[in-house]
Design a protein around this ligand. Structure first.
Ligand SMILES: [Zn+2]
Length: 423
Protein backbone atom coordinates (compact mmCIF):
# COMPACT_ATOMS: atom_id res chain seq x y z
CA UNK A 1 0.00 0.00 0.00
CA UNK A 2 1.29 3.47 -0.81
CA UNK A 3 0.74 6.04 1.90
CA UNK A 4 1.23 9.80 1.74
CA UNK A 5 0.75 12.21 4.61
CA UNK A 6 0.05 15.81 3.71
CA UNK A 7 0.66 17.99 6.73
CA UNK A 8 -0.90 21.38 6.05
CA UNK A 9 -0.61 24.45 8.26
CA UNK A 10 -4.26 25.08 7.38
CA UNK A 11 -6.66 23.95 4.69
CA UNK A 12 -9.99 24.27 2.93
CA UNK A 13 -11.73 20.90 2.79
CA UNK A 14 -14.14 21.67 -0.08
CA UNK A 15 -16.79 23.10 2.24
CA UNK A 16 -15.06 24.78 5.16
CA UNK A 17 -11.89 26.60 6.08
CA UNK A 18 -9.91 24.65 8.67
CA UNK A 19 -7.54 27.22 10.15
CA UNK A 20 -5.73 24.63 12.29
CA UNK A 21 -2.86 22.36 11.29
CA UNK A 22 -4.28 19.27 9.61
CA UNK A 23 -2.91 15.96 8.38
CA UNK A 24 -4.48 14.38 5.32
CA UNK A 25 -3.67 10.67 4.97
CA UNK A 26 -3.78 9.27 1.44
CA UNK A 27 -3.86 5.48 1.07
CA UNK A 28 -3.70 4.04 -2.44
CA UNK A 29 -5.02 7.23 -3.95
CA UNK A 30 -7.92 7.71 -1.55
CA UNK A 31 -8.27 9.90 1.49
CA UNK A 32 -8.10 7.64 4.53
CA UNK A 33 -8.11 10.18 7.33
CA UNK A 34 -8.27 13.90 7.89
CA UNK A 35 -7.12 14.73 11.42
CA UNK A 36 -6.11 17.82 13.35
CA UNK A 37 -2.41 18.23 14.11
CA UNK A 38 0.80 16.79 12.67
CA UNK A 39 0.31 13.04 12.49
CA UNK A 40 3.85 12.53 11.19
CA UNK A 41 5.31 14.14 14.31
CA UNK A 42 3.16 12.19 16.79
CA UNK A 43 5.35 9.12 17.02
CA UNK A 44 3.34 7.35 19.67
CA UNK A 45 0.08 7.86 17.82
CA UNK A 46 1.33 6.97 14.35
CA UNK A 47 -0.40 3.84 13.03
CA UNK A 48 1.95 0.95 12.23
CA UNK A 49 1.48 1.32 8.50
CA UNK A 50 2.68 4.91 8.67
CA UNK A 51 6.08 3.74 9.94
CA UNK A 52 6.77 1.93 6.69
CA UNK A 53 9.78 3.10 4.72
CA UNK A 54 7.70 4.15 1.73
CA UNK A 55 5.51 6.57 3.61
CA UNK A 56 5.86 9.98 2.08
CA UNK A 57 5.41 13.13 4.14
CA UNK A 58 4.61 16.35 2.36
CA UNK A 59 4.50 19.57 4.31
CA UNK A 60 2.67 22.52 2.88
CA UNK A 61 1.39 25.87 4.12
CA UNK A 62 -2.08 25.21 2.65
CA UNK A 63 -4.06 22.33 1.14
CA UNK A 64 -7.38 22.31 -0.71
CA UNK A 65 -9.13 20.24 -3.39
CA UNK A 66 -7.86 20.75 -6.96
CA UNK A 67 -9.58 23.62 -8.77
CA UNK A 68 -12.42 23.28 -11.28
CA UNK A 69 -12.33 25.58 -14.33
CA UNK A 70 -16.02 26.10 -15.07
CA UNK A 71 -15.85 27.78 -18.47
CA UNK A 72 -12.97 27.58 -20.95
CA UNK A 73 -12.21 27.12 -24.64
CA UNK A 74 -9.34 24.66 -24.97
CA UNK A 75 -8.91 25.16 -28.73
CA UNK A 76 -8.25 28.91 -28.30
CA UNK A 77 -4.95 30.38 -27.14
CA UNK A 78 -5.79 33.05 -24.56
CA UNK A 79 -2.20 34.25 -24.50
CA UNK A 80 -2.44 35.47 -28.10
CA UNK A 81 -3.38 39.17 -28.09
CA UNK A 82 -2.88 39.92 -31.80
CA UNK A 83 -6.38 39.96 -33.32
CA UNK A 84 -5.13 39.08 -36.83
CA UNK A 85 -3.29 36.03 -35.46
CA UNK A 86 -6.37 35.04 -33.44
CA UNK A 87 -8.46 35.07 -36.62
CA UNK A 88 -5.79 33.16 -38.54
CA UNK A 89 -5.68 30.59 -35.70
CA UNK A 90 -9.33 29.66 -36.33
CA UNK A 91 -8.60 28.90 -40.00
CA UNK A 92 -6.00 26.26 -39.19
CA UNK A 93 -6.57 22.61 -40.00
CA UNK A 94 -7.97 20.41 -37.21
CA UNK A 95 -4.53 19.11 -36.16
CA UNK A 96 -3.27 22.62 -35.41
CA UNK A 97 -6.27 23.38 -33.24
CA UNK A 98 -5.89 20.05 -31.48
CA UNK A 99 -2.26 20.85 -30.68
CA UNK A 100 -3.32 24.17 -29.13
CA UNK A 101 -5.98 22.38 -27.09
CA UNK A 102 -3.50 19.86 -25.63
CA UNK A 103 -1.21 22.74 -24.68
CA UNK A 104 -4.15 24.55 -23.06
CA UNK A 105 -4.94 21.43 -21.10
CA UNK A 106 -1.41 21.28 -19.70
CA UNK A 107 -1.57 24.95 -18.69
CA UNK A 108 -4.76 24.23 -16.76
CA UNK A 109 -3.15 21.34 -14.91
CA UNK A 110 -0.07 23.45 -14.13
CA UNK A 111 -2.32 25.98 -12.38
CA UNK A 112 -3.73 23.31 -10.04
CA UNK A 113 -6.90 22.66 -12.05
CA UNK A 114 -8.02 19.03 -11.93
CA UNK A 115 -11.37 19.32 -13.73
CA UNK A 116 -12.46 21.53 -16.61
CA UNK A 117 -15.66 22.28 -18.43
CA UNK A 118 -15.08 23.22 -22.05
CA UNK A 119 -17.66 25.42 -23.76
CA UNK A 120 -17.48 23.66 -27.10
CA UNK A 121 -16.27 24.27 -30.65
CA UNK A 122 -17.54 23.57 -34.18
CA UNK A 123 -14.42 21.61 -35.14
CA UNK A 124 -14.93 18.81 -32.63
CA UNK A 125 -11.59 19.51 -30.92
CA UNK A 126 -13.01 19.36 -27.39
CA UNK A 127 -14.91 16.18 -28.25
CA UNK A 128 -11.68 14.52 -29.42
CA UNK A 129 -9.76 15.59 -26.31
CA UNK A 130 -12.50 14.34 -24.03
CA UNK A 131 -12.57 10.98 -25.83
CA UNK A 132 -8.80 10.58 -25.40
CA UNK A 133 -8.87 11.58 -21.74
CA UNK A 134 -11.76 9.22 -21.05
CA UNK A 135 -9.90 6.35 -22.75
CA UNK A 136 -7.03 6.77 -20.30
CA UNK A 137 -8.38 6.56 -16.75
CA UNK A 138 -6.09 8.36 -14.37
CA UNK A 139 -5.45 11.29 -16.68
CA UNK A 140 -5.80 14.80 -15.29
CA UNK A 141 -7.94 16.84 -15.70
CA UNK A 142 -11.39 15.33 -15.64
CA UNK A 143 -13.43 16.95 -18.39
CA UNK A 144 -16.96 17.98 -19.26
CA UNK A 145 -17.64 19.35 -22.71
CA UNK A 146 -20.44 21.03 -24.61
CA UNK A 147 -19.46 19.43 -27.93
CA UNK A 148 -21.30 21.72 -30.34
CA UNK A 149 -23.19 24.74 -29.03
CA UNK A 150 -26.29 26.11 -30.79
CA UNK A 151 -26.94 29.63 -32.09
CA UNK A 152 -29.58 31.42 -34.16
CA UNK A 153 -28.76 31.33 -37.90
CA UNK A 154 -26.21 34.01 -38.87
CA UNK A 155 -25.82 35.28 -35.28
CA UNK A 156 -22.74 35.37 -33.00
CA UNK A 157 -20.92 32.14 -32.23
CA UNK A 158 -19.88 30.63 -35.58
CA UNK A 159 -16.67 29.21 -34.04
CA UNK A 160 -18.49 27.07 -31.51
CA UNK A 161 -22.13 26.66 -32.50
CA UNK A 162 -24.38 24.97 -35.04
CA UNK A 163 -27.15 27.07 -36.55
CA UNK A 164 -30.82 26.87 -35.71
CA UNK A 165 -33.62 28.63 -37.63
CA UNK A 166 -36.32 28.66 -34.94
CA UNK A 167 -39.04 26.66 -33.21
CA UNK A 168 -39.41 24.20 -36.10
CA UNK A 169 -35.89 22.84 -36.27
CA UNK A 170 -34.77 23.42 -32.66
CA UNK A 171 -35.65 19.97 -31.27
CA UNK A 172 -33.93 18.15 -34.14
CA UNK A 173 -30.73 20.22 -33.97
CA UNK A 174 -30.56 19.62 -30.22
CA UNK A 175 -30.99 15.88 -30.79
CA UNK A 176 -28.22 16.04 -33.42
CA UNK A 177 -25.70 17.65 -31.06
CA UNK A 178 -26.73 15.64 -27.97
CA UNK A 179 -24.53 12.55 -28.52
CA UNK A 180 -21.27 14.45 -27.96
CA UNK A 181 -22.62 16.94 -25.40
CA UNK A 182 -22.31 16.68 -21.63
CA UNK A 183 -24.50 19.78 -21.51
CA UNK A 184 -26.26 21.96 -24.04
CA UNK A 185 -24.63 25.32 -24.61
CA UNK A 186 -26.82 28.06 -26.06
CA UNK A 187 -25.60 31.32 -27.56
CA UNK A 188 -28.34 33.51 -26.19
CA UNK A 189 -26.88 36.96 -26.81
CA UNK A 190 -24.16 38.53 -28.89
CA UNK A 191 -21.05 40.11 -27.43
CA UNK A 192 -20.63 43.38 -25.58
CA UNK A 193 -19.93 46.59 -27.46
CA UNK A 194 -17.52 48.13 -24.96
CA UNK A 195 -17.47 51.53 -26.63
CA UNK A 196 -21.19 52.04 -26.00
CA UNK A 197 -21.34 49.80 -22.92
CA UNK A 198 -24.22 47.72 -24.33
CA UNK A 199 -24.78 44.26 -25.79
CA UNK A 200 -24.81 44.01 -29.59
CA UNK A 201 -28.20 43.11 -31.06
CA UNK A 202 -31.35 41.57 -29.59
CA UNK A 203 -31.23 38.17 -27.83
CA UNK A 204 -30.80 35.30 -30.29
CA UNK A 205 -33.79 33.36 -28.94
CA UNK A 206 -37.09 34.58 -27.47
CA UNK A 207 -38.74 33.15 -24.34
CA UNK A 208 -40.81 30.63 -26.28
CA UNK A 209 -37.72 29.31 -28.07
CA UNK A 210 -35.70 29.28 -24.85
CA UNK A 211 -38.41 27.28 -23.10
CA UNK A 212 -38.47 24.77 -25.97
CA UNK A 213 -34.67 24.47 -25.76
CA UNK A 214 -34.92 23.82 -22.02
CA UNK A 215 -37.72 21.26 -22.40
CA UNK A 216 -35.93 19.40 -25.22
CA UNK A 217 -32.65 19.32 -23.30
CA UNK A 218 -34.42 18.03 -20.18
CA UNK A 219 -35.99 15.22 -22.24
CA UNK A 220 -32.49 14.25 -23.35
CA UNK A 221 -31.11 14.46 -19.81
CA UNK A 222 -28.90 17.46 -20.57
CA UNK A 223 -28.40 20.55 -18.43
CA UNK A 224 -28.42 23.82 -20.35
CA UNK A 225 -25.97 26.71 -20.25
CA UNK A 226 -26.30 30.11 -21.83
CA UNK A 227 -23.73 32.52 -23.20
CA UNK A 228 -25.55 35.64 -22.18
CA UNK A 229 -25.01 39.28 -21.28
CA UNK A 230 -27.53 42.13 -21.18
CA UNK A 231 -30.83 42.46 -19.32
CA UNK A 232 -33.10 41.39 -22.22
CA UNK A 233 -31.31 38.09 -22.63
CA UNK A 234 -30.83 37.56 -18.90
CA UNK A 235 -34.59 37.92 -18.40
CA UNK A 236 -35.25 35.28 -21.08
CA UNK A 237 -32.67 32.83 -19.66
CA UNK A 238 -34.01 33.24 -16.12
CA UNK A 239 -37.65 32.89 -17.16
CA UNK A 240 -36.95 29.78 -19.25
CA UNK A 241 -35.00 28.24 -16.35
CA UNK A 242 -31.79 27.72 -18.32
CA UNK A 243 -29.53 25.89 -15.83
CA UNK A 244 -26.60 28.28 -15.97
CA UNK A 245 -26.01 31.87 -16.95
CA UNK A 246 -22.44 32.39 -18.16
CA UNK A 247 -20.80 35.84 -18.29
CA UNK A 248 -24.07 37.57 -17.27
CA UNK A 249 -22.80 41.14 -17.53
CA UNK A 250 -25.37 43.88 -16.76
CA UNK A 251 -26.85 41.69 -14.01
CA UNK A 252 -29.46 43.09 -11.61
CA UNK A 253 -31.08 41.98 -8.33
CA UNK A 254 -34.41 40.99 -9.91
CA UNK A 255 -32.65 38.47 -12.17
CA UNK A 256 -30.58 37.24 -9.22
CA UNK A 257 -33.78 36.63 -7.22
CA UNK A 258 -35.14 34.41 -10.00
CA UNK A 259 -31.80 32.63 -10.22
CA UNK A 260 -31.88 31.95 -6.48
CA UNK A 261 -35.47 30.68 -6.64
CA UNK A 262 -34.74 28.36 -9.60
CA UNK A 263 -31.15 27.62 -8.45
CA UNK A 264 -29.73 28.77 -11.77
CA UNK A 265 -25.93 28.86 -11.60
CA UNK A 266 -23.97 32.00 -12.47
CA UNK A 267 -20.48 31.84 -13.95
CA UNK A 268 -19.36 35.47 -14.00
CA UNK A 269 -16.09 35.15 -16.07
CA UNK A 270 -14.48 38.42 -14.98
CA UNK A 271 -11.18 38.00 -16.80
CA UNK A 272 -11.84 38.92 -20.46
CA UNK A 273 -13.47 42.22 -19.49
CA UNK A 274 -11.02 42.98 -16.69
CA UNK A 275 -8.12 42.47 -19.11
CA UNK A 276 -9.49 45.07 -21.52
CA UNK A 277 -10.02 47.55 -18.65
CA UNK A 278 -6.55 46.90 -17.22
CA UNK A 279 -4.69 46.94 -20.54
CA UNK A 280 -6.77 49.20 -22.86
CA UNK A 281 -3.76 49.73 -25.13
CA UNK A 282 -4.14 46.17 -26.49
CA UNK A 283 -7.57 47.03 -27.92
CA UNK A 284 -6.90 50.69 -28.64
CA UNK A 285 -9.59 51.80 -26.16
CA UNK A 286 -9.82 55.51 -25.33
CA UNK A 287 -10.62 56.99 -21.94
CA UNK A 288 -14.38 56.96 -22.52
CA UNK A 289 -14.37 53.23 -23.32
CA UNK A 290 -12.20 52.51 -20.30
CA UNK A 291 -14.87 54.31 -18.27
CA UNK A 292 -17.59 52.06 -19.77
CA UNK A 293 -15.50 48.98 -18.99
CA UNK A 294 -15.12 50.13 -15.38
CA UNK A 295 -18.89 50.68 -15.07
CA UNK A 296 -19.55 47.17 -16.38
CA UNK A 297 -17.02 45.68 -13.94
CA UNK A 298 -18.32 47.70 -10.97
CA UNK A 299 -21.82 46.38 -11.68
CA UNK A 300 -20.41 42.85 -11.90
CA UNK A 301 -18.54 43.24 -8.58
CA UNK A 302 -21.64 44.54 -6.82
CA UNK A 303 -23.90 41.76 -8.09
CA UNK A 304 -21.36 39.03 -7.41
CA UNK A 305 -21.43 39.94 -3.73
CA UNK A 306 -25.24 40.19 -3.85
CA UNK A 307 -25.46 36.76 -5.53
CA UNK A 308 -23.54 35.15 -2.66
CA UNK A 309 -25.63 36.96 -0.06
CA UNK A 310 -28.88 35.94 -1.77
CA UNK A 311 -27.94 32.27 -2.22
CA UNK A 312 -27.41 32.10 -5.99
CA UNK A 313 -25.10 29.19 -6.86
CA UNK A 314 -22.01 30.99 -8.19
CA UNK A 315 -19.42 28.87 -10.02
CA UNK A 316 -15.92 30.01 -10.98
CA UNK A 317 -14.97 30.01 -14.64
CA UNK A 318 -12.67 32.32 -16.53
CA UNK A 319 -13.58 32.03 -20.23
CA UNK A 320 -9.92 31.02 -20.75
CA UNK A 321 -8.95 31.00 -24.41
CA UNK A 322 -10.77 34.28 -24.92
CA UNK A 323 -8.87 37.48 -25.57
CA UNK A 324 -6.75 38.31 -22.52
CA UNK A 325 -7.56 35.06 -20.68
CA UNK A 326 -4.67 32.56 -20.77
CA UNK A 327 -5.52 29.00 -19.76
CA UNK A 328 -4.85 28.23 -16.10
CA UNK A 329 -3.78 31.70 -15.07
CA UNK A 330 -7.15 33.20 -16.02
CA UNK A 331 -9.06 31.07 -13.50
CA UNK A 332 -6.57 31.98 -10.78
CA UNK A 333 -6.99 35.68 -11.61
CA UNK A 334 -10.77 35.30 -11.64
CA UNK A 335 -10.57 34.03 -8.04
CA UNK A 336 -8.46 37.07 -7.12
CA UNK A 337 -10.92 39.43 -8.80
CA UNK A 338 -13.89 37.80 -7.05
CA UNK A 339 -12.21 38.25 -3.68
CA UNK A 340 -11.31 41.86 -4.44
CA UNK A 341 -14.95 42.44 -5.42
CA UNK A 342 -15.79 41.56 -1.82
CA UNK A 343 -16.99 37.95 -2.04
CA UNK A 344 -16.10 35.72 0.97
CA UNK A 345 -13.00 33.53 0.47
CA UNK A 346 -14.65 30.35 1.73
CA UNK A 347 -17.58 30.82 -0.68
CA UNK A 348 -15.23 31.51 -3.60
CA UNK A 349 -13.25 28.32 -2.95
CA UNK A 350 -16.49 26.32 -2.73
CA UNK A 351 -17.45 27.85 -6.12
CA UNK A 352 -14.12 26.64 -7.51
CA UNK A 353 -14.21 23.09 -6.11
CA UNK A 354 -17.14 21.22 -4.53
CA UNK A 355 -20.05 23.20 -6.03
CA UNK A 356 -19.19 22.73 -9.74
CA UNK A 357 -18.40 19.07 -9.09
CA UNK A 358 -21.79 18.51 -7.45
CA UNK A 359 -23.60 20.59 -10.09
CA UNK A 360 -22.11 18.79 -13.09
CA UNK A 361 -21.88 15.24 -11.79
CA UNK A 362 -18.10 15.15 -11.40
CA UNK A 363 -16.79 12.84 -8.64
CA UNK A 364 -16.74 14.46 -5.21
CA UNK A 365 -13.19 15.56 -4.38
CA UNK A 366 -13.40 17.08 -0.91
CA UNK A 367 -10.64 16.54 1.63
CA UNK A 368 -12.90 13.99 3.28
CA UNK A 369 -12.59 10.30 4.14
CA UNK A 370 -13.35 8.06 1.18
CA UNK A 371 -12.95 10.65 -1.56
CA UNK A 372 -10.45 10.08 -4.33
CA UNK A 373 -7.40 12.12 -3.34
CA UNK A 374 -7.37 15.37 -5.27
CA UNK A 375 -5.28 17.78 -3.25
CA UNK A 376 -3.76 21.09 -4.28
CA UNK A 377 -0.93 22.52 -2.16
CA UNK A 378 -0.36 26.28 -2.15
CA UNK A 379 2.63 28.25 -0.89
CA UNK A 380 0.38 30.23 1.46
CA UNK A 381 -3.20 30.44 2.66
CA UNK A 382 -5.67 32.37 0.49
CA UNK A 383 -7.44 33.19 3.76
CA UNK A 384 -4.38 35.30 4.68
CA UNK A 385 -4.09 36.82 1.19
CA UNK A 386 -6.04 35.72 -1.88
CA UNK A 387 -2.90 36.15 -4.01
CA UNK A 388 -1.61 32.84 -2.61
CA UNK A 389 -3.85 31.09 -5.16
CA UNK A 390 -1.19 32.24 -7.64
CA UNK A 391 1.42 29.96 -6.08
CA UNK A 392 0.42 26.32 -6.59
CA UNK A 393 3.24 24.04 -5.41
CA UNK A 394 1.99 20.59 -6.24
CA UNK A 395 -1.18 18.66 -6.83
CA UNK A 396 -2.00 15.08 -5.83
CA UNK A 397 -4.41 13.57 -8.35
CA UNK A 398 -3.58 10.05 -9.51
CA UNK A 399 -0.17 10.52 -7.86
CA UNK A 400 1.94 13.60 -7.28
CA UNK A 401 2.49 16.23 -9.89
CA UNK A 402 4.79 19.19 -9.34
CA UNK A 403 3.54 22.58 -10.44
CA UNK A 404 5.26 25.84 -11.09
CA UNK A 405 2.63 28.48 -11.74
CA UNK A 406 2.08 27.36 -15.31
CA UNK A 407 5.70 27.60 -16.37
CA UNK A 408 7.81 24.49 -16.01
CA UNK A 409 11.44 25.07 -15.07
CA UNK A 410 13.45 26.16 -12.08
CA UNK A 411 10.41 26.97 -9.97
CA UNK A 412 9.21 23.39 -10.31
CA UNK A 413 12.56 21.90 -9.30
CA UNK A 414 12.71 24.27 -6.36
CA UNK A 415 9.24 23.51 -5.11
CA UNK A 416 9.99 19.79 -5.38
CA UNK A 417 13.03 20.17 -3.15
CA UNK A 418 11.12 22.25 -0.64
CA UNK A 419 7.98 20.20 -0.59
CA UNK A 420 8.79 16.52 -0.80
CA UNK A 421 10.45 15.34 2.38
CA UNK A 422 10.64 11.57 2.76
CA UNK A 423 10.26 10.08 6.21
ZN1 LIG B 1 -16.76 31.49 -23.47
Amino acid sequence: MSVSLIVADSCFDGERHRPEQTTIVIRDGRIGEVVAGDLAAQNGATPAELRQADVEVVRTPFAMPGLVEGHCHLFLDGDETDQALRSAHLKQPFEGLLETAWRSLELNVAAGITAIRDAGDVHGVNTRIKAELTAQPGRTPEMRSAGFAIRKAKRYGSFLAREVQGLDDLPQVIRDVAPTADYLKIMLSGIIDFESGTVKGAPQFDVEEAKLIQATAEELGLQTSSHISGLDGLTIAAEAGINSIEHGFFMNREILAVMRDKQIAWIPTFMPVDFQWRYPEYCGWNEATVGELRKILDNHDEHLVAAYEMGVPVICGSDAGSYGSPHGRALIEDLVLMRRAGAPMEAILRSATSLPRATWGLPRADLAVGCEANVLCLAGSPFDAVEHVRSPQAVYHHGWRQLGHGTPGAAVAESRAALLVRN
